[in-house]
Design a protein around this ligand. Sequence first.
Ligand SMILES: NC(=O)c1ccc[n+]([C@@H]2O[C@H](COP(=O)([O-])OP(=O)(O)OC[C@H]3O[C@@H](n4cnc5c(N)ncnc54)[C@H](OP(=O)(O)O)[C@@H]3O)[C@@H](O)[C@H]2O)c1
Length: 220
Amino acid sequence: MKIGIIGAGNIGGNLTRRLTALGHDVSVANSRGPGTLSALAEETGATPVKVEDAARDAEVVVVTVPLKAVPNLPHGLVDQAAEGVAVIDTGNYYPQQRDGRIAAIEDEGLTESGWTARQIGHTVVKAFNGTYAQDILDRHRPAGAPDRLALPVAGDDEAAKRVVRELIDELGFDTVDTGGLDDSWRQQPGTPVYGLQKGVDEVTKALAEAPRERSADFRA
Ligand SMILES: NC(=O)c1ccc[n+]([C@@H]2O[C@H](COP(=O)([O-])OP(=O)(O)OC[C@H]3O[C@@H](n4cnc5c(N)ncnc54)[C@H](OP(=O)(O)O)[C@@H]3O)[C@@H](O)[C@H]2O)c1
């Protein structure tokens, strides 16, 4: 598949590594420009691009920048993507350490991915947000392996969610459907599933046990 990755840090870098290893055609962008991505390009065979070009013709786009940087992304970020593009959002809201206060999340009760979807003008599929970046490289397993980890996935576009779940399976992880974006608070920071390195049954149970209220550690 043609995949555009926006953000080349912990998560974006490791997704670039694994997705190229699986044979996908990956374009990758950061904030400083393609000239700063030559080491990653050399290592992986991915194509470094400007952020405004990262989504061109892509069937899957991954937005994996700090939440506070999302409003700085170019307008119409995914306008040039392939029809029906699945946009993955890996983001988390860390108001105290990194992102500052985002009123729509704190006051309107918008989910983090709901906010990101509103910012970029396209619905998203929330995935990888509670996954340790290193696990993407080290903990993939073939389907059916007893120690295969499961990742929760939320989104309103069922077709896009299916594409993302199949891609995650190819990457070596099971998935559990969290529901729509309005349910995606169940996998946000501070919930039982966040950072949980377990299989389908335990991830399903953790999602069910999530408290609706945002924990104090993740409020401004
Ligand atoms: N680290 C983890 O294990 C982990 C796990 C799950 C989810 N997450 C979440 O995933 C998101 C990304 O985390 P991360 O740890 O991968 O971040 P990171 O290591 O800090 O990398 C962020 C990347 O985003 C790029 N970026 C920042 N602003 C940009 C802009 N305006 N346009 C284009 N690119 C921009 C940065 O480019 P420059 O370097 O050029 O500035 C950098 O490549 C966060 O919301 C985080 O909470 C992280």
